[in-house]
Design a protein around this ligand. Structure first.
Ligand code: ATP
Ligand code: MG
Length: 796
């Protein structure tokens, strides 16, 4: 047809199914397709096509992606396709978009305009603090479990009064949930789950708000739909005007079109409440008639793709899709076994060096792992080799202690009632405030139902004077920060809080000082990205370059507001100061700022956070039973299938090269573990693999002596395809050994461990210093413990 020709530059690189998906007529649609088939590309191109053909204005688009990184990439891709004001569009993560909604309607959402976001760590400490206050036993109700419980309730859309407590345990948790909510409300903070639930309730309870957005968002597009949870699905329904017919007074809202894009084989968040079932529900409830499958993979060579296909074929209950590629087989998937995690890391680093020498960009190389804790060894090896790297997840820039201290001061400038921040810095740098005084302050605040800040004036004596000085300091800072730029405010706070001086005086504090200085840079680049400068005020413009008129900063909504007028939100800079916007950014986008911008760096991340991304070369480390698949998943079939999907995600990130590695021993959480290699190796096509170390070494039967390895006597059997060029280590073979157990333990015996509690001995191996036992701890899973180190007492 004509428009296809007219839009050739946008559409000419699409296959017929992709073209059909991009140019779908108005209406709800589902694209179900495997990894690397162009789902995200279709979604992005569709937005561009809708805009370019005048079917929608930027204000009429709402697109949800899974990570900040993915959202950024989408915005960048769109920018290259057509000149468009990307800020007028709502593109982001669920949390980001909910934050935007709540900022725009904070009053209706019953929040202070300066509400702050609690990240997961803050949330945990808030729960701990509360439990201490109310004398709730931390042993009986571990704070982590309570945090999990609260998160689950929120994801189910349940407030405390709606949760049914059938047993005393649950009833207690509901009680804590209710107290926690009160505390958050009083302090003006929201956690991640709350962002979602609060904005859902905002839409549900305020017809004018809901109807406004239903009119506004003509096209709602959701990537990674398989990982949406119940509440997110309900939120989408609400925004799209699904069920609007049922609304009062016969006002039928013309709802927007929903395009959902996903892959059931990549559903990896069931543990956090994601429901693959949302796909079937979507088709049924929205009456989806347009379903498109994409079966051509454009990402990977066939050795990689075959590995992924064969692995995932071991799962049951799949929706069933085929995935093929026209690219040749490419390089085989390389598999390597190492004696120790340190050797594994070194091998990865050596391979990375080789790839870089061969011309690959560092940022095209990813090292993936199942658990965050695995990153440290690899980080150290990269660091020692002076290879720049960037870690996503884990201890990220905004999560580092000194940054959190600085942010706490800044947050208190915005909101003095933020008790979490208050507690973090009231005695940091130390100003002679003792734990006892703090308890008194907390008691006072609780009994008079006010914030810690407000309770200060009621504290007598020296403690009162100390608290008073702290509060006065904050008040002065707040006063002084009026009219300053964000950069100046941060400089002021770093100086006058004493933080900078404190870390400068610390001989080990150099890093921390650097990080604090980096915070100023982070603020600077944030300001320039957002157009928050004092002279440069960038007005949002529509796709023709015409500035969009801004409605007044009121909460009153005119449901007839045209979609192009946009709402008062952080883009306008009117409802949110640069400082407040920056603090939000820090809480939401932790991690994005940590590496020096523009530096070519190797990418380190968990498999979970690699979803949707692609790299020329991918390393997956720690392919061992108990690690990947994770030990918590081994007890049930569903858990194992989720691990397999996770492995499928890991494999399909690679374009050209894939490396899988495992180690005979590994130091993790302070223990040396000896785990057999992952069962997933048995599920990969042998023809696509190349075993750099022999597949049939003495290892795998879990009978080898770690000491001989440490002493340099370990290594690989010379069987199989071992050859000298490929050999990562020059070490002779390990003779498999079985030795008599020792330390007075027997298989089947019950034992007690100070950290893991009671458990039962499954297996015993080695003797003397090498003796180790595999013990099943009902609360912590199966663990290998070195008996010379572990303190175990037999339980009669
Ligand atoms: P995932 O399931 O991992 O999220 P996806 O289905 O979203 O994958 P994309 O990331 O959109 O896949 O695309 C994978 C790669 O294939 C990208 O590099 C994309 O640019 C490329 N690609 C997609 N379609 C085509 C095409 N028709 N021609 C050439 N390259 C394409
Ligand atoms: Mg994708």
């Amino acid at each position: 047809t004509n428009f296809v020709a007219d839009n050739a530059p946008l559409l000419h690189n699409l296959n017929p199914e992709q073209l059909a998906a991009v140019t779908l007529p108005t209406g709800h649609a589902l694209i179900l397709a495997g990894a690397g088939s162009g789902k995200t590309r279709v979604l992005t191109t569709r937005i561009a096509w809708l805009l370019q053909t005048g079917r929608v204005t930027p204000g009429g688009i709402l697109a949800v992606t899974f990570t900040n990184k993915a959202a950024k990439e989408m915005v960048v891709r769109l920018g290259t396709m057509l000149p468009v004001n990307v800020r007028g569009m709502w593109i982001g993560t669920f949390h980001g978009l909910c934050n935007r909604l709540l900022r725009a309607h904070y009053k209706l959402a019953n929040l202070p305009s300066t509400f702050q976001i609690l990240d997961t760590q803050d949330q945990l400490s808030a729960i701990k603090r509360l439990m201490k206050q109310f004398n709730i036993d931390d042993q009986q109700y571990p704070a982590k479990q309570t945090q999990w419980f609260i998160g689950n309730c929120k994801e189910e859309g349940l407030r405390p009064d709606a949760v049914e407590g059938h047993d005393p345990q649950t009833r207690k948790k509901v009680e804590i949930y209710a107290l926690y909510e009160e505390q958050c409300q009083r302090e003006g903070v929201v956690d991640f789950g709350e962002l979602m639930l609060r904005s859902y309730e905002l839409l549900r309870d305020h017809d004018s708000v809901r109807e406004h957005y239903q009119r506004r968002f003509r096209h709602i597009l959701i990537d990674e739909f398989q990982d949406t949870n119940k509440l997110q699905y309900a939120w989408i329904k609400m925004l799209s005007g699904y069920g609007a017919k049922d609304l009062a007074a016969g006002t039928s809202i013309p709802g927007g079109s929903v395009l959902a894009v996903g892959d059931d084989d990549q559903s990896i968040y069931a543990f956090r409440g994601a429901r693959v079932g949302n796909m079937a529900d979507f088709v049924r409830e929205f009456g989806v008639t347009q379903q498109i499958k994409l079966e051509q993979n454009y990402r990977s060579f066939s050795n990689i793709l075959d590995s992924a296909n064969q692995l995932i074929s071991h799962n049951s209950n799949r929706l069933g899709k085929d995935l093929r590629t026209d690219q040749g087989p490419g390089e085989p998937v390389r598999v390597v076994e190492s004696p120790r995690d340190l050797d594994e890391a070194q091998w990865i680093v050596d391979e990375v060096k080789q790839l870089v020498r061969d011309g690959m960009a560092r940022q095209e190389i990813a090292v993936l792992y199942r658990s965050n804790a695995q990153s440290r060894v690899i980080e150290t090896a990269l660091f020692n080799a002076a290879i720049p790297y960037r870690v996503y997840g884990g201890l990220r820039f905004f999560e580092r202690a000194e940054i959190k201290h600085a942010l706490a001061y800044l947050r208190l400038l915005e909101n003095p009632n933020d008790d979490t921040s208050f507690l973090r810095v009231v005695n940091f740098p130390p100003r002679g405030i003792g734990a006892r005084s703090l308890e008194i302050l907390q008691d006072t605040a609780r009994s008079s139902g006010c914030s810690l800040h407000d309770a200060v004036s009621a504290i007598p004596g020296k403690a009162g004077a100390n608290f008073g000085a702290f509060v006065a300091k904050l008040d002065v800072l707040r006063e002084q920060s009026q009219g300053l730029s964000l950069r100046e405010i941060i400089d002021l706070v770093l100086d006058h809080s004493g933080l900078l001086a404190h870390f400068k005086a610390d001989r080990e504090g150099e890093d921390r000082v650097e990080n604090l200085e980096e915070l100023v840079n982070a603020a600077e680049s944030f300001v320039s990205q957002q157009g928050f400068g004092r002279d440069a005020v960038a007005l949002p413009v529509d796709e023709l370059g015409v500035p969009l008129t801004q409605s007044p900063a009121s909460q009153g909504l005119d449901p007839n507001t045209p979609a192009t007028e946009g709402f008062i939100d952080q883009d306008s800079g009117e409802t949110l100061s640069p400082l407040a916007a920056f603090l939000t950014h820090a809480a939401l986008e932790a991690g994005d700022n940590q590496a020096k911008a523009g530096q070519d760096a190797v990418q380190l991340m968990t498999v979970h956070s690699a979803k949707g991304l692609e790299f020329d070369a991918v390393f997956v480390g720690g392919m061992e039973e108990g690690l990947f698949p994770h030990e918590n998943s081994l007890s049930d079939r569903q858990g194992l299938e989720e691990e397999r999907r996770l492995m499928y995600v890991a494999i399909t990130r690679a374009r050209q090269r894939l490396y899988l590695s495992f180690s005979q021993s590994r130091l993790l959480h302070g223990q040396t573990r000896y785990n057999p290699r992952s069962r997933f190796f048995e599920e990969l096509p042998e023809s696509a693999l190349k075993w750099i170390t022999s597949k049939t070494s003495g290892y795998g039967s879990s009978s080898f002596t770690p000491k001989s390895i440490a002493a340099g006597a370990g290594g690989y059997s010379a069987g199989g395809r071992f050859n000298k060029e490929d050999a990562p280590f020059a070490s002779p073979p390990v003779p498999p050994q079985k030795e008599a157990p020792s330390h007075g333990l027997r298989v089947g015996m019950k034992v007690f461990h100070t950290k893991f509690g009671e458990g039962k001995v499954n297996l015993l191996e080695g003797k003397g210093d090498d003796a180790r036992a595999q013990i099943n701890f009902p609360r912590h899973g199966v663990k290998w413990l070195a008996l010379s180190v572990a303190k175990l007492t037999p339980v009669p």
